[in-house]
Design a protein around this ligand. Sequence first.
Ligand SMILES: [Zn+2]
Length: 454
Amino acid sequence: VKLQLPLLHPADLLIHNALVLTLEPGAAPIPHGYVAVLGGKILAVEELAPGQPLPPAKEYLDAAGALVMPGLVNTHCHAPMVWFRGLADDLALNEWLTRVIFPAEAGWLTPQRAYWGALLAAAELILGGVTCVADGYFYEAEVRRALAEAGLRAVTAQGVVDFPAPGVPDSTHNLKIAADFMDSGADLSPGLISSTLFCHSPYTCSPKTLENTKGLTRDRGLPFFIHLAETREEVAAVQEKTGLNPVRYLDRLGLLDEGTVAVHAVWLEPEDIHLLADRGVRVSHCPHSNCKLASGMAPVPELLAAGVTVGLGTDGAASNNRLDLWAEMALAARLPKVRRGDPTLLPAAQTVALATREGAQVLGLGRITGTLAPGKAADLIILKMHQPHLTPLYDPYSHLVYAAGAADVAHVLVAGRWLLKDRQLLTLDWPSLAAVAQAQAGSLTAFFRGLASR
Ligand SMILES: [Zn+2]
């Protein structure tokens, strides 16, 4: 029997009576646990047998019938792309990009719309239990402002390409704009938001742009994001231009190291997997986007076996179409089973780790978030488990991956602040967001009507 040690200070918040999953490596579920929070950080995660007195706290949350776990970490998102969700589906990637996405980004998207879109995305992310998101897009300063207002933890990354882009009409200025982005925003949610860069891909950025962008992020010790080996077409194009496949090409440029996050990493040779492992590159796996765009299936068990750190991402809402990590977990766990004909691959507990602890590692935030442990940020979610589709409960990890969903998230806490309580958004005003979204959707359809009539 474990002795109950009194907490030295009264906690700000005590969540008790809960089934607690800490996601610390090797830790067993705590059936009657509590989590004490002080100053935005976790003070204690302990078992408390029924009948024992509760440690002192200013606020108590009785989580009977609920599960407490670390918040989910979305390692790849393009928040403002919620505007393009459901606008054009079931098209070939190239046609989708050139007929729909690029014209809308060039002719319709504005800083204000990027901001509103990011607020809308933030609402969806919070309702789905995401506490930390890595976002990469244009007008990223506006995205950053929105995510800060929402109270999320975020790694925001200004997009870099070598052709005109929203907010970057002359691409010769792309690095100047990128550096300015990194040097700004420190006043927004200190400690919660970081500002870095995202090169779109090896085929849309020149070698110089790739090297210089990576240099800016390396100087500041921040992650560098890039879509890598997403499609077979990309591999062929890079091979034709450089004589190397995308992974080898980036390695020749000196871009592969522990600060690089390779997004997608679908088309990898066995040697590429070992190279990524040797260099310490982290991978963001986005299974829904890869399926919907028919890009392929990333070799996740092979990457994990080689020692690569892998997290999960949704990608943008136009290619998913949800910003829902529960859906990503469900698909991530199933895809390797189908691909290799082996149902033992990517078991549930490991899949939950990818969506939490490992995702935090991918973003370089492993010491701050991703598990529930004293000293770490109080970034956690509480799921309502006392429901028909989650009853009976034998193995919580199994339910989280194979049976639970975003709608089961009842409360969300980031750095000790409630963003969601009883499924009510506390930092965002949904009715006014919904009204903005309706009006802007009308303007986007009018924009496309105008294009068609030209
Ligand atoms: Zn993407």
